[in-house]
Unconditional design. Sequence first.
Length: 312
Amino acid sequence: MNYGRRTWAPQSFSWHRAMTAPTRVGSDVHAAGKVEQAQIPEMPATQLVEGDSVWTEQHSMGDEDLPFAEGMINPSPMNQVHLIGGEKGGVGKSVMARAFAQYCIDRKIPFQGFDSDRSHSSFQRFYEEFTQHVVLEDFQSLDQLAEAALRGSGVQVVVDLAAQSSASLKGWMEDTGVLELFREAGVMVNCWHILDDGRDSLEMLGRLLEDFKTEARYVIVLNHGRGTRFDAFHTSPQKLRAIELGAKIIEMPKLHEASMRLVDHSNSSFWAATNQSEDGSRVLGILERQRVKVWLRKLYSELDQLNLRPGL
């Protein structure tokens, strides 16, 4: 079933640039084309359906800037749902979703994006080719998210959650039995909590852990762009409970505010912000581009810890 957006998925690639232009292979899954050197085996046939088009390496950051982690290039056969939230506004949820989408592209990991933010929909705006809007109050709209997670193999379903979305999301899950369905299908649910250094953000983390308990895995992101001291978190019962539940705790470094503003105002993906467009123009200056590349490299090092393979 075609929901109007594409799922990015590599078919084959190497450390070098793709040598052929995009070709049609079938409507919702992308694949990297024929390459210069040794190729990774093709994705399972279930990933490629009539009408799909091809994504070439021109959309990734490039291996000369962000070296691929060897363990990351074979996507997990387990589909995963990543609910990127934090309940409060302004903690960096959409920035994390955008960076994670670019990470999936650069690491050759198939993904499908969903944006639930009605105020600005920045995830969809920056990665509109692979992201669609989802309405949290509409069960049929949320059903599309679940169906995307139940298709194919090794797909990461990335959801940018709006502020104060937990009640709607939990209601849909309980009334539809989504978590039970995911368990039966082998789909893993990952609840992300983007944390600033405020007390309310910490309290909301506690509620998240209480809501899902052992029904999900957790990724806690300490956002240094929205806080400088996380002492309260490190000494909190919420951290102890998260560790008991096997949570991954990673850090998102701070990107220079002016650099982030330039990226946002240009409506550009992180790839477009750090590379030259077809007409030769650039969104950022040389040093601004370098700052964004360094920031992405540091963040990718944190995301590599998630190890998106079987046995995470």
